[in-house]
Write a protein that binds this ligand. Structure first.
Ligand SMILES: Nc1nc2c(c(=O)[nH]1)N[C@H]1C(S)=C(S)[C@@H](COP(=O)(O)O)O[C@H]1N2
Ligand SMILES: [Mo]
Length: 318
């Protein structure tokens, strides 16, 4: 199911239509896509030294906003990914994203706000203002990782646009660039990938916009050049390669919700009490460890975010 007339941004040239592909074009291409993984150069050995190929970023760790656990390795964080624009295997994004060009990049901020605009990434998130936060990312598939992100609180960016009092939600859109994203040449998901937050969730001090990881700029497979991180929600809320942020008065429909509304809700708060219809959410496997651990309500942030949901039935609003 493809929404017709939906605006699609390439990130590079927000107002241009020349890069847009019509549905029939990518249907044609999808046959080719089937052979693409075999043609892609195979990476035999990934190593933590690969990190040194990425530009370094300066950031001071925000200890108060970080968990005390040891981060997963660079290799784990950059070779075990969900990013369906580059394929559905966990290893596909690291293999298939090398042709993606995350710079230059612009982001549109629009909708119900007084200062809408198109920003160059460097203007939106100045390199001097970055901080590091160690969060765990709990995927809906019942695995998790500990990741040292670098970025800024989303709130700082949103307030620049001066949201109106009528704005109640924020909708996020990922880049649509099938020429560089082999997964987008097939109809795996309803492209572009979309997500949403309630405005109060988006303004929460824990909600983070990451531009780096492990002291380096984000590798393509992790959502270069900027991606959301919402540590008390399942990983699919943490939308990658964002080109548009829109204030709205109606609840956005996320890509996963549209695909399977019985399985993925708008809120997607980490909750061991509410199972996914096909598997339990009670426990999770931390990548790189053998024993499973108990999943925590709101991924451990019940004290910080519980108040946002005090009048909400979490079974119904999963
Ligand atoms: N655009 C886009 N964003 C995405 C996804 C995706 O397929 N496309 N996958 C999501 C899922 S399911 C998870 S678990 C996280 C994984 O982030 P990581 O690869 O940095 O660990 O990205 C999320 N953001
Ligand atoms: Mo996920």
């Amino acid at each position: 199911m493809l929404i017709k007339n939906k605006e699609r941004y390439t990130g590079r040239e927000i107002t241009s239509e020349k890069d847009y592909m019509r549905r029939r074009d990518f249907l044609k291409l999808s046959a080719w896509t089937l052979t693409a993984p075999a043609l892609a150069p195979v990476r035999l050995f990934a190593s933590d030294e690969d990190k040194n190929k990425y530009t370094a970023l300066n950031a001071v760790r925000n200890k108060a906003m970080s968990i005390g656990e040891k981060p997963n390795s660079w290799t784990e964080i950059t070779t075990y990914n969900n990013f369906y624009e580059f394929g559905t295997d966990k290893s596909a994004p690291s293999r298939n994203s090398r042709a993606f060009k995350p710079r230059p990049w612009s982001v549109a901020i629009d909708g119900l706000c007084d200062k809408p605009g198109h920003y160059q990434l460097e203007d939106l998130i100045p390199a001097k203002k970055l901080e590091e936060r160690v969060y765990s990312l709990r995927c809906v598939e019942a695995w998790s990782m500990v990741i040292p992100w670098i970025g800024v609180p989303l709130k700082n960016i949103l307030l620049k646009a001066q949201p109106r009092s009528t704005a109640r939600f924020v909708e996020f859109t990922s880049v649509y660039r099938p020429s560089e994203m082999p997964g987008q040449r097939a109809h795996i998901l309803d492209w572009p990938y979309m997500e949403g937050l309630r405005l109060d969730e988006a303004l929460h001090p824990l909600t983070f916009l990451a531009v780096g990881v492990y002291g380096r700029v984000l590798p393509n497979q992790n959502g270069a050049p900027l991606r959301l991180v919402v540590p008390w929600k399942y990983g699919f809320k943490s939308i990658k390669s964002i080109v548009r942020i829109r204030f709205t008065d109606t609840m956005p429909v996320s890509t996963w919700q549209r695909l399977a509304p019985g399985e993925y809700g708008f809120y997607a708060n980490v909750n061991p009490e509410v199972d996914h219809p096909r598997w339990s959410q009670r426990r999770e496997r931390r990548i790189g460890t053998f024993f499973k651990r108990e999943t925590q309500l709101f991924n451990g942030y019940a004290d910080e975010v519980g108040a946002l949901y005090k009048n909400l039935d979490l079974e119904k609003w999963y």
